[in-house]
Design a protein around this ligand. Sequence first.
Ligand SMILES: Nc1ncnc2c1ncn2[C@@H]1O[C@H](COP(=O)(O)OP(=O)(O)OP(=O)(O)O)[C@@H](O)[C@H]1O
Length: 273
Amino acid sequence: MKKQQNAIIELADISKIYYQKSQLFHTGAGDVVALKDINLTINKGEIFGLVGQSGSGKTTAGRLLVKLENPTRGEIYLKGAPVSGLKGRELKEYRKQVQMIFQDPYQSLNPHLSIAETVMEPLIVHGAGTRESRRQKVLDTLETTGLVPATDFYDRYPHRLSGGQRQRVAIARAIVLEPEFIVADEPSSMLDATIAIQLFQVLLNIRERLGMTFLFITHNLAAAKYLCDRIAVIQNGVIVETGHTRDVIDHPSHPYTKTLIASQPSFDICPIL
Ligand SMILES: Nc1ncnc2c1ncn2[C@@H]1O[C@H](COP(=O)(O)OP(=O)(O)OP(=O)(O)O)[C@@H](O)[C@H]1O
């Protein structure tokens, strides 16, 4: 496969099968093909949307990208380098470069860690900075995510924050190491529309200021329309359509994309619901 110059992440012929392990003799019954022959290239500075209904394989793609799981077939490349065989220090470096923001900010934050501890933890794990510089880095990162004044949030615990504020903390934790690439898995699905738009502004601001690249996973085409430069539409683990967001939404070519658009009745009335 020819590597594209501007590519940060490439998925080449990626398949993921969840095998049904409980059978004595493996018959294939019950196996789930979560992703089938996925090919995607995400370029530097892009916000790329992966859009599909529940169970279509979106989260599986995200989990493969951050190496929470391995593909059954195919290869993932970070800036042209294959990631399947990474171990030890190289794997640690990959984990520094590729971060994930999860759907549920109530579950993704450890309730026993303060906001400062939550955001500082990746810096400590990766041995970045000194004690004093880490404190300043955490404060700066909280500010970048709009948690201002940052000193007001520094020593608080997650239970004293709203859902939107928690998700900002999760974003701060994901960006504090200045990764190349972030997987944002339905980060706004637990938030109401106004808060979701504020969160999208934070992501756009991070892209603008820090040049980071995002995979934005969503079932919501309107959210993708607001945020994404390009999207891929996924159905039952297969990508059925890819293109610039406006082109795909205004001129969908695949019946599934048309169904997705039709199934969101408020699509034209409210840009985000
Ligand atoms: N650990 C697992 N073991 C077996 N099957 C799994 C596992 N994880 C996911 N699946 C299956 O793989 C398919 C894709 O799931 P995935 O979570 O990636 O979809 P999704 O598009 O993210 O859905 P949602 O929007 O509901 O999170 C589904 O059929 C799901 O049941």
